[in-house]
Design a protein around this ligand. Sequence first.
Ligand code: DGJ
Length: 731
Amino acid sequence: MGIRIYEKEQIFQIDTPNTTYLMGVTRGKYLGHMYYGPRIGDANGSYLLRTAAGPAADHAFQKDKLGFMEGFAFEYPAWGVGDYRDPALRVRDAGGHQVCEPVYEGYTLLNGKPVLPDMPATFAGNTPEGAAQTLVITLRDPLLGLKLLLRYSVFGDSDAVIRSVTAVNEGSEPLYLEKILSASIDMDNDHFQLISLHGCWGRERRIESRPVSHGKHIVSSLRGETSHQMQPFMALASNGTSQKDGDVYAMHFVYSGNFIAEAEMDFQDSVRLSLGIHPDSFEWVLAPGEQFETPETVLVYSAHGLGEMTRTFHSLYRNHLMRGKYVHRKRPILVNNWEATYFDFDDDKLMAIAREARRLGIEMLVMDDGWFGKRNNDECALGDWQVNEEKLRGGLKSLVDRVNAEGLKFGIWFEPEMVSPDSDLYRAHPDWAVQVPGRPISMARFQYVLDLTRREVEEYVYEQVASVLRSANIEYVKWDMNRPLADLGSFGLDAGHMGEFSHRYVLALYRLQERLIREFPDLLLENCSGGGGRFDPGMLYYSPHIWTSDDMDPVERLLIQEGTALLYPLSAMGSHVCVVPNHTVGRVTPFDTRARVALTGAFGYQLDITRLSDEDKQKVIFYNQEYHRYNDLLREGTYYRIASYRENNMYDCWQVVSEDKSECLVTYVQVRYQPFWNPRRLKLEGLDPDARYRLEGTDQIYSGGLLMHAGYLQNMIFGDYGSAMLHFVKE
Ligand code: DGJ
C-alpha cells in the first residue's frame, strides 16, 4: 500500500496490495482519471491524460474547449462548462447560475484516516498492516470561492479505496449545493455488465445483471432510507465475469438515506460510474465559511471476478468499519418472540419461552414489538415507550431479572423514529411528525415519522430509549423502522433550508445510535427496517449485524443471503430458524435445512419453541451445538460462493475457509430433486492444494487440489429442500 506523487508530471498513484488508482493534472488545472486496475509499477502514464481524440493541442483547445470538456475523463466532474454527462457536482450561486469549474490547486498527504463528523466512516486497523494513508486533493473554483477537498484513503491490508469530498465556501456569498456525490470515475467501456441488487419486503437484495448501453442506468432510493428496493451499490463487470474471472469495478455507499448510483455511457463509449446522495430531495445551503461533508464511497477493483470483489468488501467491513465487542465474537443465540406470539403475549408466556429456551441451549430472549403503551396491534402507541404492565405484570425490570435468573440474557425491540397518531406522544406533540403544514400526513403501517431534524425531538427519542435501557439489565436492542419517509417538511427548518431535511434526518439517526453505543458500550445493537430495508454499510458502523429480511423461509433466504453476502460479511446477516409452514411464503421445509441456512449468519430462532415437537427440540439442541462449533469459522473465515440456485434452478452451495486453510465448512442446499442426475461436482476454493483434508465423520481423504479442481461429488438428495453441511479438516 502506498500513495506516490510524481510532482513534475502532477500524477497521483494510489496503490493497494493488488490494485493501482491513477489520476493526474492536465493543462495545469484539470484533474483527470487515468487508470484503475491491477497494480502497476512506477507509472509514467501522462499519455493516459487524453481526450477521446488524443491530447488536444493548445490552439485547438482554445478554439473548442467544449470538445475537450465533453470527452475528458474527469476525476470529479462539475456541471456547467460543457461536460454534458451527469456531474458529481452541481452548485448554484447567489445569482442563480449553475456553473462551476473546479481546477487543481494542490494536495496534502496524510498518515491515517480522518474521521467524518457525525457520520459512519471506515477507520484504520490496530495493526501496522491495517494502517491508513490519505491523499487529499484540493480543487477550487475561484469565482465561486468554492474549495473542494477530494479524499482518497487506503489501508495496508485492503484492496479498497475510500473516497469522500468536503466542500468549503470561502467566498462572501452563499452557495447552494444541488448535487454533491462522493465518487465518480470515467472509464472506457469494456462490454460492461452492470450488476446491482434489487428487491422489496420479503425479497431483499436479489442479484441482477444487464449490459451497459448508451444513456443512463440508475439505481437509487428516495425513500429516506436505503430501502428494500435498491442497494447503494453498483458494479461494472467485463463481459463473461464469473465468481473467479473477469474485471469488476464496484462502488458501495457508506450511508443510510437517499442515494443514486449511476452508470452513464456516452457517444464515445466512455462510461461514468458515480455514487452519492441523491440530488432529488436534496439541497444544502453553504453560507460563507461553512463546509459540507459527503458520506464515504468504497471503491473496489477485482481482477478475479465477483468472488474477489466480495472478499475485499467482507474484510474491509470486518476490519475497518464494524465496531464493538461483538464484531469478532460469537453473538448470543437468541429466540425472538415476534413470529411466536406477535402482539399476543404476557410475562407468563415470555417466561415459558425463556425456560424452554435455556433448556435447549439458547442464550438470549428478545422481546419484540408490543410490550409498551396500548400496543396490542400495529395501529397505536409508537412513541409511548412505557411498559404495558397489564402484559408484563411487575414491570420490565422484574421480567428482565426473572429471565436473567433463568440464565438468559435479555433483548428488547424499539421503533424509536416513529409515532402512532393514536399515541400520547402524538396527542401532546402533533407538530413532531414529519409533515407539510395543511396537508394530511400520508400514513404507512398506521404510523408517522418523527421529525428527528429537530433537536428537541432527537433528545426526546434518545432519552426514551436510554431510560428504558438504564432501568434493567438489557443487553440487546433491535432498532426497527417500518415505513419510508414522505411528505417531507419540518417546523424546525425555514424555506431556505427545507431541502436539507433528508440528509439532516440521517445525520440525526447517526447521532442517536452513536450516543447509544457510547453510553452502553456492551450493548449489542441490531438494526432492522421492516426486515432488510436499511441494510447498508452506514448502519453496519453502529450494529455488527442487521436483520436481513422478515422472510425466513430457507429457500427464499438462499437468494436473499446470496445477494447480501455479495457485499456483506456473513456475520452481518441476522438469520433465524422459522416455523413451518413459513409465515411469509407458506413453504414447508425440513428443520435441518432451516437451521443450516440460518447458521450462516447471526443465528437465532423466531418460533414458539414451547410448541415444537420433541424431535425438533432435539434439533434445536443439536444446532445450538453446531453454532458453537462453527461460528468462529463462519464469522471470521473467507467466503466462497460455489454454486447458485439463482443460476442453476436446482441447488445452492457456499463455503467458508479458515484463514490458515486448516478447515472449511461447505453448506449445500438442494432446492429441487431431479431424477437421473449425476452427483454434482462442488469445486471448492481457497484450500491448500497439497494438504490432505478429511471429510469429518468419514474416512474420506482428499487433497486440497483435488477438491478445488476435480471437486467433491455431492449426491443428489431424494426429495425437495434437502441439505448437507460438509466439514473438511486438514490432516
Ligand atoms: C418488522 C420487523 O422486521 C419484524 O421482525 C418485527 O420486529 C416487526 N417489525 C414488529 O413490528
